[in-house]
Ligand binder design. Structure first.
Ligand code: ATP
Length: 282
């Protein structure tokens, strides 16, 4: 199972000499899943198929790249047939491709009997995409550095997430090319979010949430701000964009409020989901 990723806080604290950004994020996985089914092959072929025509098959699929990376690095004599049943919206800021890739790394680690530790998988994952290390953990976590420092945040806080996916895609790669340290939006308080999670204080999570990339994406796609405004207007306690967008979400403390917000948002956007944080079992 490959859960979607949602960012409660996205901040950039600096830039490495090679130009990569230094991230400071709090992310969670949601109960919105792709299903990744893997069969071992006796030859070394890796075959990827998906139930959506707009998901690339073959080498351009992150799931393929994950399998190939593992196979080459550990000189595995077997191959794999990977079938992806896609439910996570694509190019949405919900980390779908990264989550599929992480599911393949976890799955093939077992099926190919590699016995690699989680940290080894996390280190490998960074070669694929900066969201894949988090997706190896797939639970609420602080994510730092290049995306490779994943620190799980143990918590029991219950809340509901109304996920709103506008009907246009945003290419993370293209969007990130426009991001500079100067054009970032208001910074979230990631420590407040973490404190809220660990101390069961929902209001602190809401007060601390936010995404510095929102201002950059919204300049090109102002619809994002309109949808955020609607979420708040219909009763969400807080709203923000996930990843580099375009998905925006609202947080609600109660299921009944979340259902009301969800139904109200249906008038403005076709793709809306009611989710909760999800914790992948060890
Ligand atoms: P992120 O939150 O990590 O930025 P995203 O939600 O913006 O991710 P994805 O859904 O992961 O973006 O897809 C981004 C692009 O990656 C797609 O346009 C698609 O061409 C490519 N891609 C490669 N592998 C996959 C996959 N398994 N599922 C979906 N898209 C994939």
């Amino acid at each position: 199972m490959a859960p979607a990723k949602l960012n409660l806080a996205v901040d950039i604290t600096g830039q490495y000499p090679d130009g990569a950004f230094q991230w400071q994020m709090v992310s969670t996985t949601l109960n919105l899943f792709d299903y990744v089914r893997i069969k071992v092959r006796d030859d070394q072929q890796i075959i990827v198929s998906a139930n959506q025509s707009y998901v690339p098959a073959g080498k351009r699929n992150l799931a393929f790249q994950a399998a190939r990376l593992l196979q080459q690095k550990y000189q595995v004599a077997k191959g794999a047939e990977i079938d992806i049943e896609k439910h996570i919206p694509v190019a949405a800021g919900l980390g779908g491709g990264s989550s599929d890739a992480a599911a393949v790394l976890r799955g093939l680690n077992q099926l190919w009997h590699l016995q690699l530790s989680k940290q080894t998988l996390v280190d490998l994952a960074l070669d694929l995409d900066e969201d894949v290390p988090f997706c190896i953990w797939s639970q609420v976590a602080e994510v730092r550095g290049r995306g490779n420092e994943v620190i799980p945040v143990a918590n029991n806080l219950t809340f509901y997430v109304v996920v709103v996916k506008p009907d246009f895609p945003v290419s993370t790669r293209k969007l990130m090319r426009q991001v500079t340290l100067e054009n970032l939006g208001p910074r979230p308080d990631h420590q407040l979010v973490i404190n809220g999670l660990t101390q069961n204080n929902y209001d602190q999570v809401v007060a601390g949430m936010g995404n510095v990339l929102e201002a950059v994406t919204a300049r090109q796609y102002p619809e994002i701000l309109r949808l955020k405004q609607k979420l708040l207007q219909f009763g969400a306690d807080g709203a923000a964009m996930s990843g580099s967008g375009p998905t925006v979400y609202g947080l609600c403390a109660s299921e009944s409020r979340a259902k009301h917000v969800l139904n109200s948002m249906r008038g403005f956007c076709q793709e809306v989901y009611l989710c909760q944080p999800y914790y992948l079992a060890e």
